[in-house]
Design a protein around this ligand. Structure first.
Ligand code: GLC
Ligand code: CA
Length: 559
């Protein structure tokens, strides 16, 4: 049986941009504490906190220099202990972000490894000799450029993300046990789980062969670093030594997640993790080379969206593994701008997308601001804060020969800065996020789109999200029940049935900005119990769904 905790609504907080409490323009832990009542009112059961550990912030916390302390920019250990306690008082658990594939180059382990070649810390990382005056192999980093950072003479160290994020050597049992001890440290404090950063990349091919030897170009070394068999061994060991000893939710994040790998890592009986993220929907408009491969930009279709969504649902159900359902996070565009219509149908499409997250089989995730429909912002190039954006802008031009104007256009659309603008709490100065100018540009639409205004409007995205989540939580079948797609060939409407032995519900979502006609079976024409457009027509066999109309329908008989 799946853990009960899987029916949690998980809310991701990216601390720098959530709420500032000490007037420095940067969100912090005490800011989060001041918003716990709000999160409780939303029905949040679990907060996934993006990293709050000590970090030089090259990649905003995903480069950790001390795993046992709090980043002073965000607060103190006392603040964090209070956060755990005050969240717990409201029935909310804290899930931390374990970045264990790499450390910052400012971490003690790396400093010691650099000071002394004989140090045992040398083998905590992946130092290798260069080949013929070049890098040890042709692997590329995920943020662009070679995956190897030159340390001295002919020696390099592997850095798959930024050059300041140094990959750990998981083959070394000492490294693994250091990480397990860190996990015990935080779990003993009372946190309720981990989201594990790029966890499927912790096992690398031991021989570091070239990828596609002889070929030029963009090479991620995918099969040499992604979801390799070693990862299962490490995760099983971690489960045995740490996870099995605490009650919590253990979630994996990893690039190029396939269904086969998800089944391996979070199958019901595999004793590794509880659930995984997949990135196929996030990458729906990206070419085969990833997020900045623009050849498909704006050219994805609703049938493609439906297919990815339904295939994952059915595969997880059939093969007994568990998934996280989400459309936004700190690395992606805002859902309403990515898949919806953030202008004419802002409200309707934001609600429709949230419906698709909350009523799928699996554990639902919302990202800060998604519950009010926060949108992307057209950042100017000088305003980019994101390491990836700045780096890729240059790489697109130098390695892929993309002209500057086009590189700028692509990065503007895809920069992670879009997700990282401050949460819009009110129409006061700086959106109620801070009393001073925030560290990153604020979206000027905060005057219209903000929590305070939506609190007052019963039909707001915020209040819809509350209602929808209450409905979801009222029936276990919405989390755990059977998922059965209908209208699979319909080009605009996503439809599925959720049911258990006693009851059945129908979910219908028009994913387009046009009215859409659909034909329903007699037995599907039940009573609408949740809807996102006003004055909906009763459900009849042949009908028109309004742009982005979404409904949950209670069926009168079990089907
Ligand atoms: C994950 C994080 C991302 C980070 C990267 C490297 O993908 O979500 O923000 O940059 O890992 O740690
Ligand atoms: Ca602050």
């Amino acid at each position: 049986m799946r853990k009960k905790i899987m029916n949690s609504l998980v809310y991701q907080i990216w601390p720098r941009s959530f709420q500032d409490s000490n007037h420095d323009g940067i969100g912090d832990i005490n800011g989060i504490r001041s918003r716990l009542d709000y999160l409780a009112s939303l029905g949040v059961d679990m907060i996934w906190l993006s990293p709050v550990f000590t970090s030089p912030d090259v990649d905003f916390g995903y480069d950790i220099s001390d795993y046992r302390d709090i980043n002073p920019v965000l607060g103190t250990m006392e603040d964090f202990d209070l956060l755990i306690q005050e969240a717990k008082d409201r029935g909310i658990g804290i899930m931390m972000d374990l970045v264990a594939n790499h450390t910052s180059d400012q971490h003690e382990w790396f400093k010691k490894a650099m000071e002394d070649k004989k140090s045992p810390y040398r083998d905590y990382y992946l130092f290798r000799k260069g080949k013929n005056g070049k890098e040890p192999n042709n692997w590329l980093g995920l943020f662009g450029g070679s995956a190897w950072r030159k340390v001295e003479g002919d020696e390099y160290v592997l850095t798959l993300w930024a050059p300041q994020q140094i990959d750990l050597n998981w083959r070394n049992p000492k490294v693994r046990h250091e990480i397990y001890e860190i996990m015990h440290f935080w779990l003993k404090k009372g946190i309720k789980g981990f989201r594990m950063d790029v966890i499927n990349a912790i096992g690398k091919h031991p021989d570091f062969p070239d990828k596609n030897p002889g070929k030029k170009g963009y090479q991620f070394a995918d099969d040499l670093i992604v979801s390799r068999p070693e990862v299962d061994d490490y995760l099983k060991e971690m489960h045995e030594e740490v996870l099995s000893k605490y009650d919590g939710l253990y979630l994996g994040e990893g690039m190029l997640m396939t269904k086969e790998a998800a089944k391996r890592f979070c199958g019901e009986t595999t004793n590794e993790l509880d659930l995984m993220f997949q990135f196929e929907l996030a990458l729906i408009d990206c070419g085969p080379l990833g997020k900045f491969d623009f050849r498909k930009l704006y050219r994805w279709s609703i049938p493609e969206f439906k297919k990815i969504y339904i295939d994952w649902q059915l595969d997880a159900q059939k093969n007994h593994y568990w998934i996280a359902n989400y459309l936004s996070n700190h690395d992606q565009q805002r859902a309403v701008s990515h898949y919806g219509d953030d202008k004419k149908y802002h409200k309707e499409s934001a609600k429709a997308l949230i419906t698709s997250i909350l009523f799928a089989r699996g554990t639902p995730f919302l990202y800060q601001g998604e519950e009010i429909g926060m949108t992307d912002l057209a950042f100017e190039r000088e305003e980019w804060q994101d390491f990836e954006a700045k780096n890729i802008y240059g790489q697109l031009q130098s390695m892929m020969h993309v002209p500057a104007f086009l590189a700028e256009k692509i990065v503007k659309r895809k920069t992670r800065d879009n997700a990282r603008t401050p949460v819009q709490w009110s129409d006061n100065a700086y959106a109620g996020f801070s009393t001073v100018k925030p560290w990153i540009k604020l979206n000027p639409n905060y005057q219209k789109i903000n929590v305070e205004a939506q609190e007052k409007d019963p039909n707001s995205i915020l209040n819809f999200t509350r209602r929808a989540n209450l409905l979801r939580k009222s029936k276990d079948l919405f989390t755990f029940g059977i998922f059965e797609p209908i209208l699979q060939d319909h080009r605009e409407i996503l439809g599925f049935i959720r049911k258990d032995d006693n009851e059945a519900y129908l979910v219908l979502i028009n994913l387009t900005n046009k009215p859409s006609t659909l034909e329903l079976k007699e037995e599907w024409c039940g009573e609408t119990i949740l809807q996102n457009v006003y004055n909906p027509q009763p459900l009849v066999k042949k009908m028109v769904f309004m742009p982005f109309e979404a409904r949950v329908v209670k069926l009168s008989q079990r089907i």
